[in-house]
Design a binder for this molecule. Structure first.
Ligand SMILES: *Cc1c(COP(=O)(O)O)cnc(C)c1O
Length: 369
């Protein structure tokens, strides 16, 4: 029998050969959008803290002000349902115009748990080719038949629905509102129309929304508290009945411990800040637009801007070049994105200055010239 470490070393060797090996980098948050890595400071364009709420004084204070104990101590269905959950869920439901909301340990767990709870054998899931790994995992665990349509190709989706919908009991259309690695958007009203015609339910993950995404056309709305909220956790919003059903069936909710109360208090303060300081949303979109204009790229649909370079090698070289200039950007490679579409991914923050964005654009132009 071979030693486990030998087997794994061989696999790691192959991943390194194809430039797909990843390892953890310790990054310490510094002032605003800066991070410190191995003693050097960088301006980060790789954070999902789009609105700068992770360091908002009200959010930090609210999280620190919760007294008592640190961890929740149990699953929410046992004794882990701290009152901070109720306050946060009521506010989230109201913000999304839905009857109820339910918070999970993370956005990943929300998608995993909700899809698995809602769909089952004999059902069909029609999903965009580019949906996030956690929705795919949920679909696989659900036992439903999974059909993928080419990214945002609604004619192809309609064909699939025509061809297959009839053979299944229930059907779901599953998408992201804003696609995480491309920064483009789904056409939710159009998906709603298709869902109505073909008797399907509409499900969307709004992980990269800035808190202003309209949830009214969706049967199931998923959000994360880890990105624009600058905190941690995920949630689902929908009808009271939907939430009651998910509460009693979603495995990541039943079999995992609740989040610490201070995380919930921070999330609630972040929601307030989001609503009271709309300049944050405007500012971050301005920065993304500025970058695209200076790069000669099409106007952005969100605060995520990809620059597809193709090969893993090109992306790693560009990453190193920009790092040398003091910028931290994401080098995104397969299997996160399809073969041959390795890319730099820039994400902007309300805390980036105009000068920082200009300096980045200049460096990127130099690097890919
Ligand atoms: C980041 C992300 C998630 C996971 O959310 P977490 O709260 O970080 O677990 C889910 N869906 C999409 C589309 C994401 O980009």
């Amino acid at each position: 029998m071979p030693a486990l470490d030998d087997v794994l070393s061989e696999k790691i060797g192959k991943l390194k050969e194809s430039k797909r090996f990843r390892s953890l980098v310790t990054a310490t948050p510094a002032q605003g959008v800066r991070i410190k890595v191995e003693g050097k400071e960088y301006v980060s364009f790789a954070s999902n803290d789009y609105l700068g709420l992770a360091s908002h004084p009200d959010v930090v204070l609210a999280a620190a002000a919760v007294e008592g104990q640190h961890g929740a101590g149990a699953s929410r269905l046992v004794t882990g349902n701290h009152p901070a959950y109720g306050a946060l869920e009521a506010a989230l439901a109201e913000a999304k115009g839905k009857e109820a909301a339910l918070v999970f340990g993370s956005g990943y767990l929300a998608n995993l748990g909700v899809i698995q709870a809602l769909a089952g054998r004999g059902d069909a899931i029609f999903a965009d080719k580019l949906i996030h790994a956690c929705m795919l995992d949920g679909a696989r665990l659900s036992g439903a038949e999974l059909f993928r349509y080419p990214h945002n190709d609604y004619a192809a989706l309609e064909n699939l629905l025509h061809k297959h919908r009839g053979q299944f009991r229930h059907a779901w259309i599953v998408t992201e509102t804003i696609f995480s690695m491309d920064g483009d958007r789904a056409d939710i009203p159009r998906l709603r129309g298709l869902a109505d015609v073909h008797e399907a339910w509409a499900y969307a993950d709004d992980a990269h929304g800035l808190g202003d995404e309209d949830a009214s056309a969706l049967d199931v709305y998923i959000g994360t508290l880890s990105k624009s909220f600058g905190g941690y956790g995920g949630y689902v919003a929908g009808s009271r009945t939907l939430i009651d059903y998910i509460t009693t069936t979603a495995r990541p909710l039943i079999f995992a411990t609740g989040l610490p109360a201070n995380t919930m208090a921070g999330n609630l303060a972040a929601l307030k800040a989001m609503q009271e300081e709309p300049w944050r949303r405007q500012r971050v979109m301005e920065r993304a637009r500025q970058f695209c204009a200076e790069m000669g790229l099409a106007a952005p649909e969100s605060v995520i801007v990809p620059l597809v370079l193709g090969s893993e090698d090109a992306v790693l070289k560009a990453h190193a070049f920009l790092k040398e200039r003091g910028f931290w950007v994401s080098a995104i490679r397969p299997p996160t994105v399809p073969e041959g579409t390795a890319r730099l991914r820039f994400s902007f923050s309300a805390l980036h200055s105009e000068a920082e964005v200009s300096a980045l654009a200049k460096a990127v132009r130099e690097c890919v010239a």
